[in-house]
Write a protein of this length. Structure first.
Ligand code: ZN
Length: 486
């Protein structure tokens, strides 16, 4: 029985990794960039473009981002083996290995017996250098999908250990969320990385001073970390703090060599912002992602015959759309600019401070209204009675610490698992701008994929996320075995 199960899973792997035949001619690229906007589909991209236009003028329109002007564009389905609505683990597995798997699984089959080899591992084997950058923790699902194999994305310590043993040349961005395990009692994975030869960098000054050295391996973790060991949202980033673009520029400098490189860059907090239904944070990170991609575009201009850049999303998050029932055909994206920080910043700076030492008995919504005005640009007195009541109800829930009661369905629909007052405020602010949300989770609609450079035309059309792997493998000259069983 066990053998039969294994055999069936192996057959599945073979079916998905059949040698691809492309209608277009395939020309090799030595330098390959894969940019993944986590949770980024058409709505997230369009919201950033409409916002950019609203900042630049008054007539409606889009200011196109750098990557949305790439000459090749496709649509990519993202479903996994268990659901139309994927997660970053199975979506990352599809992009990195060409295999569908179950939600939550990284680089193993749904039965969790077969281990899949990743495009980054193939690249390393072929003598290319490999870089992995993410602005969320480097042990998170999307970056892990390029170097780790675990039955569950929750096996974070195992992911950290596999990072240290990967031999990849450059890791940069967020920190590690569990380098010593869930309980903090395991051998330190950062130490393991040091022993494996990594130069470990944790300050902006040391990061800026990094220079390419033959044989050097770098693990660079951002000096400033926000929620869950991630880099701060762009909207919260302080002057002088490193940006995602800095990590891309440094990666290009460190990875550049005559044998080529494979460089994966994730913008992971577009997803987190959209889970929390915070359009301002999502738009800020999407625009910052475009600036990071611009660094690769500069490189591509210098090495057009050797470079391919692709930009895609792993899935959509939030069911974001432009259009809300309450505002019908109008939008007011300028209102997004009134928000001073992300929902995380409002939770930690405003709500936590107000709750400190106060109970529901001595809490008064009027105390916090000036902060709501300052942070979100929401003038309470100018709201409808229904909106005022929503704020009053959510304020009481927040003061009672009732976030955990979100398990109750009606409460979940209003607040997800988020701080009730904060998510109510982002909803009111977003809806006033004409942005609506359908969920606090992912959705199943396809994502756009953009390509610029060598063999770009391969990425035109409508295809599945597993095909991103086979297309990349072809462009990188990787010969795929009949089955991936490793
Ligand atoms: Zn997500």
């Amino acid at each position: 029985m066990q053998y039969r199960k294994r055999f069936a899973a192996l057959a599945l792997a073979i079916a998905f990794i059949a040698a691809p035949v492309f209608a277009q001619s395939v020309e090799r690229a030595k330098y390959v960039f894969v940019f993944i906007g986590d949770g980024m589909s058409m709505a997230q991209v369009s919201a950033a473009e409409v916002y950019a236009r609203s900042m630049a003028g008054t007539s409606p329109g889009f200011v196109k981002l750098g990557f949305t002007q790439f000459p090749a564009q496709g649509l990519t389905t993202t479903y996994d083996s268990t659901s139309i609505i994927t997660d970053s683990a199975s979506a990352g597995t599809a992009i990195a290995t060409g295999n569908k798997t179950a939600s939550g699984v990284i680089n193993m089959d749904p039965g969790k017996t077969i281990r899949f080899k990743t495009i980054a591992e193939y690249a390393k084997e072929a003598g290319m250098r490999v870089g992995i950058v993410s602005n969320v923790s480097l042990d998170h699902a999307t970056p892990a999908a390029f170097y780790a194999k675990v039955p569950s994305r929750g096996d974070i310590y195992d992911i950290c250990v596999q990072l240290a043993a990967s031999g990849f040349d450059y890791f940069g961005g967020g920190g590690l969320s569990q380098p010593k395990g869930k309980l903090g009692d395991q051998p330190d994975a950062v130490e393991m990385a040091r022993r494996a030869g990594y130069t470990v960098v944790t300050s902006a000054a040391a990061f800026r001073a990094l220079k390419p050295v033959a044989g050097q391996k770098v693990l660079a973790m951002n000096e400033t970390l926000q929620d869950s060991s991630s880099m701060p949202y762009e909207i919260d980033r302080e002057e002088g703090d490193l940006s995602l673009a800095d990590y891309v520029a440094k990666g290009i400098e460190l990875l550049f060599n005559p044998k080529g490189f494979f460089f994966m860059v994730e913008s992971g907090k577009i997803d987190w912002a959209c889970h929390a239904n915070d359009a301002a944070a999502s738009i800020g990170d999407t625009l910052a992602f475009d600036r990071a991609i611009a660094k690769a575009m500069e490189f591509q201009k210098k090495y057009p015959k050797d470079t391919l850049i692709i930009v895609t999303g792993d899935h959509e998050t939030g069911g974001m759309s432009i259009g809300f029932a309450g505002t019908k055909y109008s939008t007011a994206f300028g209102r997004i600019a009134l928000q001073k920080g992300s929902y995380v910043q409002f939770d930690s700076q405003v709500i936590a401070g107000y709750k400190d030492g106060r109970t529901i008995a001595d809490a008064n919504l009027a105390d916090i209204l000036p902060e709501i005005k300052r942070f979100f640009g929401i003038d309470y007195a100018a709201l409808s009675q229904a909106e005022q009541e929503m704020i009053q109800r959510s304020f009481i829930r927040t003061m009672k610490g009732e976030v955990e009661r979100a398990a109750q369905e009606s409460v979940y629909l209003m607040y997800g698992g988020y701080e009730p007052l904060t998510v109510t405020l982002t909803h009111i602010a977003n809806q006033a701008a004409g942005i609506g949300w359908t969920t606090y989770s992912h959705t199943g609609i396809p994502v756009p994929t953009y390509a610029l450079g060598r063999s770009q035309a391969l990425f035109d059309g409508y295809y599945d996320n597993t095909e991103i792997f086979t297309k990349l493998a072809a462009v990188m000259g990787i010969k795929l075995p009949a089955a991936v069983k490793k």
